[in-house]
Design a protein around this ligand. Structure first.
Ligand SMILES: Cc1ncc(COP(=O)(O)O)c(C=O)c1O
Length: 483
C-alpha cells in the first residue's frame, strides 16, 4: 500500500476507540460520558472517544516516536521538506516559532508592516528588532501589496545586519509575492527566508495555483491546514527546509509554545487532510478553481461589484490564488462591512472578512458550485434592492518605515509608560500597538518613534470616532508612550 494512503494518527485513535478502554486519564468527560447532553445530542457521541490525552499508544506531540512521528514524516514527504511539525494552535504559533527559532534576542529582521498580528507578538516574544518595509497601496483595487523583491533587496543593502526576511504570501486577498526571486535575493545575501503561508496549504497540489513557499526556497514556512484544506480549526503545519536554522532549536521552540494537552481530533484531522490532499486535491481544486473563476466572471458582469483577476495581479508583478474572491463594493455606495452584514442577515451567507472597500469570500476544499451561485445571485439581488450614497473613501496609510528606538519586547515589559494626547505624541516613543481596520495593519508599534504623519492619521481616526484595535480606552484621544 502506498505510504501516503495511511493516516497513522487517525488509524491509531480508531483502534483505541474500538477497545472501549476504561479512562482514568484526562479529559474529564471520559469518552464523552460527561459531555453536556445538549452538545452530545447535536454532535453525536462517537467523536468523544477520539478526544484522548498523551499515553504511549497514541504518542506524544512533544516527543513523538509513534503515530505522530509517522504522520509528521508523511506530511514532510508530501510537501517535499526535511521536517514538518503538527501545530494545534494555528499558524499563530507557527509565526512566533519561526521568529524565535531563526533569531536570537537583539537580532533584526526585515518584515512588511502588512503582517499578521502573530508576527508582531512573535517579534515581542523573540526580542528582535523589526525593520519595517512599507506595503504598497493600490488605490484601483483598494488593497495592500507586500513588498517586491526589489524593495527587499534595497532593505538588505541598507540593513546588512538583518538576520532574516519575513514575507506573507499569500496575503488575505490570495495575492502571492514573487517568492522565487525573493528567495534568490535573500539567500544571495546569506539571510534566512521565513514565509507566513497561512493561506496557502493547497498551493502545492494544483499547477494552476501560484508556486508554494517551500518550492520557491523558503527556509521555514507555516500553513493553516484548517483555512483551505480539511483540518479542524487550529490545525496548522510548520515546514522546515533549511541549511541555516538549527532543526533542534525549532523543535524546542515549537514544544515550548504548544499545549501539553493537544487535541487529538485536531491532530487526526491534519493527518487526514494531508492524505486527502495527496490523493484528491488536484482533482478537487480543478473544480474549486473552475467554480471560483466562473463566480468571478459573473461578479464582474454586475454593475456594482468587481473581483480582480489573476491577469490584473500578474500585471503588477504578483500572482493570485484564484480560489479567493476579493469583491470590491465601492460602486454600491456601501462599505464592505455593510455588504457583509446584508449578506449575513438577508441571504444567510457569511464571508470571511470585510473592510471599507472589499469583502473576501474564501473557497476551500469543501466549496461547491451551489455556494458560489448563492453568493453571485445574492450580489445580483442586492444591486437591485439596495442603493447607497457614493463615498469618497480612499485607501491610504501613513509612512510606516519608522525609526525603531527601543526593542518592542523591552517596551512591552517596561512599566515606565504614560499617556499623552495624540496631538502631542509626535517625537515620543510608542508603548502600544494600534491597528485601525481598515487597513488592518498596525500604525503604532511599541518602541518606534511616533511621526507627525502618524499623529495626523490617528487624529483623523479619532475625529471620525472609528474604533481602533488596541486603543485601551473608550475613545481614542491619547496614546501610551515611554516616559
Ligand atoms: C496571513 C495570516 N497569517 C497568520 C494567521 C494566523 O493563523 P491561525 O488562525 O491559523 O492562527 C492568519 C489568520 O487569519 C492570517 O490571515
Amino acid at each position: 500500500m502506498n505510504k501516503q494512503s495511511r493516516a497513522p494518527i487517525f488509524e491509531t485513535l480508531l483502534a483505541h476507540a474500538k477497545r472501549k478502554v476504561v479512562s482514568f486519564h484526562t479529559p474529564g468527560h471520559k469518552n464523552g460520558k460527561g459531555i453536556d447532553p445538549k452538545l452530545k445530542q447535536f454532535t453525536g457521541k462517537a467523536a468523544y472517544f477520539l478526544d484522548v490525552t498523551v499515553f504511549p499508544e497514541v504518542d506524544s506531540l512533544h516527543d513523538p516516536v509513534g503515530p505522530i512521528k509517522k504522520a509528521q514524516t508523511l506530511i514532510a514527504e508530501a510537501y517535499g521538506v526535511e521536517h514538518s511539525f503538527l501545530l494545534i494552535n494555528g499558524s499563530t504559533i507557527g509565526n512566533q516559532a519561526m521568529l524565535m527559532s531563526a533569531c536570537s534576542p537583539g537580532d533584526s529582521i526585515i518584515v512588511s508592516r502588512n503582517a499578521h498580528k502573530s508576527i508582531l507578538s512573535g517579534i515581542i516574544l523573540a526580542g528582535v528588532w523589526p525593520i519595517w518595509i512599507q506595503p504598497k497601496v493600490d488605490q484601483n483595487l483598494d488593497i495592500l501589496f507586500d513588498p517586491s523583491p526589489e524593495q527587499i533587496e534595497t532593505a538588505l543593502i541598507q540593513f546588512p545586519e538583518a538576520k532574516a526576511v519575513f514575507v506573507t504570501s499569500p496575503t488575505y486577498n490570495g495575492v502571492t509575492a514573487d517568492l522565487v526571486k525573493i528567495s534568490e535575493v535573500v539567500h544571495r545575501y546569506g539571510k534566512v527566508l521565513l514565509v507566513d503561508e497561512a493561506h496557502g496549504p493547497h498551493l502545492k497540489f494544483h499547477e494552476d495555483l501560484p508556486i508554494s513557499a517551500v518550492e520557491a526556497g523558503a527556509d521555514l514556512c507555516v500553513q493553516s491546514t484548517h483555512k483551505i484544506l480539511s483540518a479542524l480549526s487550529q490545525g496548522s503545519v510548520l515546514h522546515y527546509n533549511s541549511q541555516a536554522v538549527d532543526l533542534n532549536r525549532v523543535k524546542k521552540v515549537v514544544s515550548m509554545l504548544q499545549t501539553t494537552s493537544p487535541n487529538y481530533l485536531i491532530l487526526a484531522s491534519i493527518d487526514l487532510a494531508r492524505r486527502q490532499a495527496v490523493q484528491s486535491a488536484e482533482r478537487i481544486f480543478e473544480r474549486v478553481i473552475r467554480i471560483a473563476e466562473d463566480g468571478r466572471k459573473r461578479i464582474n458582469q454586475t454593475k456594482h461589484f468587481f473581483s480582480f483577476t489573476r491577469k490584473e495581479i500578474q500585471a503588477r508583478g504578483y500572482d493570485l490564488d484564484v480560489t479567493k474572491l476579493t469583491v470590491n463594493v465601492t460602486k454600491t455606495g456601501f462599505s464592505g462591512k455593510e455588504i457583509d452584514a446584508i449578506l449575513s442577515k438577508e441571504y444567510n451567507i457569511q464571508v470571511d472578512a470585510a473592510d471599507l472597500f472589499n469583502f473576501i469570500a474564501i473557497l476551500g476544499i469543501g466549496s461547491d458550485k451551489a455556494d458560489v451561485d448563492r453568493l453571485v445571485e445574492a450580489l445580483e439581488d442586492i444591486e437591485t434592492k439596495y442603493h447607497g450614497q457614493s463615498k469618497n473613501w480612499i485607501l491610504q496609510i501613513p509612512s510606516l518605515s519608522t525609526e525603531m528606538v527601543m526593542n518592542p519586547r523591552e517596551v512591552f515589559l517596561s512599566k515606565k509608560t504614560k499617556r499623552v494626547p495624540i496631538s502631542k505624541a509626535a517625537g515620543h516613543i510608542s508603548a502600544q500597538t494600534l491597528t485601525p481596520y481598515p487597513p488592518g495593519i498596525p500604525v503604532l508599534i511599541p518602541g518606534e518613534r511616533i511621526s507627525k504623519e502618524i499623529c495626523d492619521y490617528l487624529l483623523d481616526l479619532s475625529e471620525k470616532a472609528l474604533r481602533v484595535s488596541g486603543q485601551e480606552t473608550d475613545t481614542l484621544r491619547t496614546v501610551k508612550v515611554v516616559c
